[in-house]
Design a protein around this ligand. Structure first.
Ligand SMILES: [Zn+2]
Ligand SMILES: [Zn+2]
Length: 113
């Protein structure tokens, strides 16, 4: 999937709708399994939504473009924004060593289809 930073408004809206559909479908599927007494299997409890993985948002501006460094979507208090911490060796502090940053990206940034 290419960077969502380059999406136009309509594409961004479509992505948002697709995300919502997937999340709804996932919740429905999880409910079905639970109702049937089926264990969906091992998984990271922080990543209970199986479609949400490493953040794919590309950080910009400033070359080189790098992927956001967080590993998994980790909302705080049910927020839609990721609060994962990660080492940022590029922006915005060029040349002054690693900085710890919070992902802060939306749920959509973590969507892998
Ligand atoms: Zn991120
Ligand atoms: Zn994140």
């Amino acid at each position: 999937m290419s960077s969502s930073d380059s999406l136009d408004d309509e594409q961004a809206r479509t992505l948002g709708e697709a995300t919502r559909l997937i999340l709804d479908a996932r919740a429905t599927a999880a409910g079905m399994l639970a109702d049937a007494g089926i264990d969906p299997g091992p998984g990271d409890p922080r990543n209970s939504d199986g479609f949400l993985g490493p953040c794919t948002r590309v950080l910009s501006p400033g070359p080189p473009l790098v992927r956001c460094g967080c590993n998994l979507f980790s909302p705080a208090g049910g927020s839609d924004f990721c609060v994962s911490h990660y080492d940022d060796h590029t922006a915005p502090d060029f040349g002054v060593g690693p900085a710890i940053r919070i992902c802060g990206h939306s749920r959509e940034s973590h969507l892998s289809i």
